[in-house]
Design a protein around this ligand. Structure first.
Ligand code: B12
Length: 329
């Protein structure tokens, strides 16, 4: 495998994404593969970074949701092309089931992990976006895989990621997890009971080479925090509706979708902090919300008003209140 500089490939690919030119993007990828580029490097140094730029443009209000969807379609097509090329790799390792947690619609990341593990000789089965826990259990029974890989991009899917970990480990099967919701180190993964965490596709290949053959069932999560998270999840729609209505009342003329998004993300961050003992999801989401409101031209007061409304709605949840208080300055 040749090591080639992918900087030019990235520029050409990004240009094709900006034009929503699927054929152009596929040409870029096919040419790089024909020139001997490493398929995993194409995923981590071209398709992934191009996709993150798309997210930044959406956040800054430069691209619409429709632009984002179109760009994602280009990235998916490019990843499929890379996956077709790696399918020629002989199978030399065990079988891995690759899935997105339930309620997780960021399917591209799971496709990339599937492709990367296949390129390293694993036999992979990709279950795609938002896999229900029951369906995963069925696959575990039918396929008897050697490992499960779970991708989780949104914090709101960490509870279902935990359910996947429980189901897999109950069957003795080790679990690899990753994705933006798991953060940049293994703290959240370990707290949720995953066997290993990896930061990206290349790291996933590395850690999978020494994954244990059999694992014991997952330990229970800390009881009080897990109970509070479960109660908040049950009451989620009601809490979102209350905070949204009060915040809009205070904050003036805010876009209703944007308001709901901010409230939901913050509540999901609180779930994540409760389940993993990691307060960073709250700090990071608060920063994300403040930046988003600022980009959309809303005054700094609106973020403070949102914090106050959240605090008010969490009065019956002592741990969540403490976490919010200490993590959002
Ligand atoms: C495209 C996109 C979408 C598309 C997804 C289409 C698709 N088919 O995949 C759509 C429009 C559906 C979407 C929806 C939403 N999205 Co979105 N989306 C993105 C975006 C722009 C790119 C995601 C992507 O494809 N990245 C490229 C991948 C390959 O990179 P990656 O995810 O980092 O993956 C690498 C590593 O994380 C790791 N990894 C990933 N998975 C795994 C798994 C394992 C096992 C391992 C080892 C490693 C690993 O390896 C990968 C490759 O190296 C990101 C922005 C961003 N900065 O990423 C937001 C982003 C992920 N979305 C976000 C949000 C909030 C949403 C919505 C809630 C928005 C809304 N209001 O509807 C919904 C939620 C839907 C849901 N419940 O899942 C947030 C998540 C914030 C959070 N922490 O919760 C992000 C980060 C944007 C942001 N900054 O706000 N989104």
């Amino acid at each position: 495998m040749k090591t080639i500089d992918l900087a030019e490939t990235l520029t050409a690919f990004q240009d094709a994404v900006a034009r929503v030119d699927i054929n152009g993007a596929l040409d870029v990828v096919d040419t790089a593969l024909a020139d001997g580029a490493d398929p995993v490097a194409l995923l981590t140094e071209v398709v992934g970074p191009a996709q993150r730029v798309v997210g930044d443009k959406w956040q800054r209000g430069e691209w619409s949701v429709a632009d984002e969807h179109a760009a994602t379609a280009v990235a998916m097509a490019a990843t499929e092309a890379i996956a077709r090329a790696v399918r020629r790799t002989p199978v030399e390792r065990g079988r891995v089931v690759v899935a997105c947690a339930e309620r997780e619609w960021h399917a591209l990341a799971a496709m990339m992990i599937d492709c990367a593990l296949r390129s390293d000789g694993w036999s992979t089965t990709l279950l795609g976006a938002s896999t229900p826990a029951l369906r995963l259990s069925q696959y575990l029974q039918d396929l008897g895989p050697d490992a499960v890989a779970v991708s989780c991009s949104v914090l709101g899917s960490l509870p279902t990621t935990r359910r996947f970990i429980e189901a897999s480990r109950a069957a003795g099967i080790p679990v690899l997890v990753g994705g933006p919701a798991l953060g940049t180190d293994d703290l959240r993964a370990r707290s949720l009971g995953a066997t290993v965490w990896a930061a990206d596709a290349r790291h996933a290949i590395e850690v999978m080479r020494s994954i244990p053959a059999v694992v014991p069932p997952a330990d229970p999560l800390p009881e009080t925090a897990a109970a509070e998270q479960a109660a908040l999840e049950l009451e989620h729609s009601a809490v979102v509706a209350t905070v949204t209505a009060r915040w809009r009342g205070n904050g003036g003329d805010l876009d209703p979708d944007l308001v709901k998004d901010c409230v939901e993300q913050l509540l999901h961050a609180i779930w994540a902090a409760l389940l993993t003992t990691d307060p960073r999801p709250i700090t990071e989401t608060a920063e994300w919300v403040s930046a988003l409101l600022e980009f959309r031209g809303l005054p700094a007061d609106s973020a403070r008003a949102l914090r106050a409304e959240l605090t008010r709605s969490l009065r019956d949840y002592p741990l969540a209140s403490l976490l919010l208080d200490s993590s959002w300055s």
